[in-house]
Design a binder for this molecule. Structure first.
Ligand SMILES: [Zn+2]
Length: 225
């Protein structure tokens, strides 16, 4: 396969990222990538440098092709600033700092979470539900999920990701779980509702304890079943 085609297939937009090797293993694909040296802007002093300090392999989870995940190994370059002598990793569009998953995988997951559920988002991108929830916690959703006429939010003991309780968002009339929220904080509920299209919602039921915790402007919209 042509290398450019592979990077495109992986959704990599960094033009200086190239493919060393791609192979198929039993349960996944392995793609070894490297970057071409480029003039860098030092994040500390703003000086421009091309001096290389060193390299390391970074493991990144890529998008899933059919049922197989792509494991990416990136030969990542560390630069040293010619002016302030501090070192830093090159900036790449394909992966955010401190992440192990490609930025495009997160985008796909967030889109599925917006129109479907966190569970579907996790299935499609082959990551755990917890990880999708963590991404959701950090990001604002851009697309809106349309919530049904009657929703209820209730807690359950899920013990997921260091939080004892999670919340169920339920479509009451169709007896369907719409979403699971990672914790029972008011901010989480507010953020979730803000990310959704609530134009159709006429009734919201909330477990009584939240009514005590909620702010005044919020209180008006809530009712106890
Ligand atoms: Zn510098």
């Amino acid at each position: 396969m042509h290398h450019h085609f592979i990077t495109e297939l992986l959704g990599i937009k960094d033009s200086h990222v190239d493919v060393w090797d791609i192979r198929e293993e039993e349960s996944h694909f392995v793609a070894e990538l490297f970057t071409k040296p480029r003039m860098q802007k030092c994040p500390f002093c703003g000086g421009r440098t091309k001096r290389i300090h060193g390299y390391r392999w970074q493991s990144i989870q890529g998008p899933a092709f059919t049922t197989k995940e792509v494991h990416i190994s990136l030969w990542k370059r560390r630069y040293i600033c010619a002016f302030c002598h501090r070192t830093f990793y090159e900036h790449l569009q394909m992966i955010d700092r401190y992440q192990r998953c490609m930025a495009s995988v997160q985008t796909i997951a967030m889109k599925h979470a917006a129109v479907s559920s966190f569970r579907t988002a996790a299935l499609v991108t082959v990551v755990t539900v917890n990880r999708v929830l963590r991404w959701f916690d950090r990001k604002e959703l851009t697309s809106s999920k349309i919530l049904p006429r009657v929703i209820a939010i209730d807690e359950f003991k899920g013990d997921a990701d260091g939080e004892r309780f999670q919340l169920n968002v339920v479509d009451v009339e169709n007896r369907r779980i719409i979403d699971i929220l990672p914790n029972r904080k008011v901010e989480t509920i507010e953020k979730y509702l803000k990310s959704c299209d609530t134009g159709k919602v006429e009734m919201k039921w909330l477990w009584w304890i939240y009514l005590k915790r909620l702010n005044k402007p919020f209180e008006k919209h809530w009712a106890i079943p």
